[in-house]
Design a binder for this molecule. Structure first.
Ligand SMILES: NC(=O)c1ccc[n+]([C@@H]2O[C@H](COP(=O)([O-])OP(=O)(O)OC[C@H]3O[C@@H](n4cnc5c(N)ncnc54)[C@H](OP(=O)(O)O)[C@@H]3O)[C@@H](O)[C@H]2O)c1
Length: 262
């Protein structure tokens, strides 16, 4: 596949890194303003680094647009005359509706809206995608692209703001939870480095229990909570301090904010 990424910043480059270790790419064009900061990519076979967005569009079948929301319409306007009916346009831009993209490019173009997270760089993103009417036959192709850098779920566009909070901001939320466990471990006497490793590897173990056993978290909790034991004591204290409530209200607050962003 010939893929162009317009906006090779944090997310665009993470997608590039994930795609480069998959076998999906024939050519990969990466664009940004200050190309000197990613010049090492130019040395990779079949990767072209440029600040010429039109060059990337004209030499790619799939265009991933990953610029900041405030310049999204300007970029779409810049490339619109080079977008043909065979191109597949994938936007990662937070808050930019498909209808706004259609207004610039036309509703006869295949448009996919996606919400990945930065774990694309290690091929572990959970990416939610949806499409316009013209693009719906290409959703499976886009699922296969995003599955090469993680796992993909097709959703209704009305859920995209929730997906942004859960998937994209979710990385930051999980980092705080892992950090809190690590800090607690230091208080219990571990060196910071060991404590961090214990924290994230235990999280990894918990996740793999859910994935392998296809169980509910509460079932796994029951297996480790001895009656009147130390685990239930810790859970009660964490909930007493608002653990679940803090997380749920954090998500709701984040969702409230994203809905105010124009
Ligand atoms: N980061 C995430 O986890 C995440 C997750 C989901 C969705 N998103 C969304 O994805 C988009 C990108 O996010 P990000 O975190 O990757 O932002 P970012 O790091 O700021 O990257 C944006 C990139 O766009 C480039 N750019 C600016 N003007 C350009 C132009 N005229 N032509 C081509 N490239 C241009 C910038 O290059 P220069 O620095 O050289 O100007 C920069 O590398 C945003 O809309 C964001 O909301 C991000």
């Amino acid at each position: 596949m010939k893929i162009g990424i317009i906006g090779a910043g944090n997310l665009g480059l993470s997608i590039a890194q994930g795609l480069l270790i998959s076998d999906k790419i024939t050519t990969l064009h990466l664009t940004k303003n200050k190309i000197s900061s990613i010049k090492e990519y130019d040395e990779i076979e079949n990767v072209i680094v440029t600040n010429n967005n039109l060059l990337a569009v004209e030499n790619s079948d799939i265009i991933i647009i990953s610029v900041q929301p405030n310049i999204a319409l300007k970029i779409l306007d810049e490339i619109k005359d080079s977008i043909g009916e065979n191109h597949i346009i994938i936007s990662t831009i937070t808050g930019l509706k498909i209808s706004s993209i259609e207004k610039v490019l036309g509703n006869n173009k295949k448009i996919i809206r996606s919400m990945p997270n930065t774990a694309v760089s290690v091929r572990k993103s959970l990416t939610c995608i949806c499409s316009n009417e013209t693009g719906k036959d290409y959703l499976d192709l886009c699922v296969s692209i995003f599955n090469s850098i993680g796992k993909t779920i097709i959703i209704n566009e009305s859920k995209m703001q929730s997906a942004t909070v859960m998937c994209a901001s979710g990385i930051a939320f999980w980092m705080r939870i892992i950090r809190a466990m690590a800090q607690g471990g230091v208080e219990l006497g571990f060196e910071a480095k060991d404590s961090l490793e214990i924290s994230y590897r235990t999280a990894e173990g918990a996740i793999n229990l859910l994935k392998t056993n296809k169980s509910h978290p509460e079932e796994e909790i029951d297996k480790v909570t001895t009656p009147s034991g130390c685990t239930i004591k810790g859970i009660i204290e964490m909930e007493n301090k608002g653990l679940s409530s803090a997380i749920i209200h954090g998500l709701i607050s984040s969702y409230g904010k994203i809905n105010k962003i124009k």
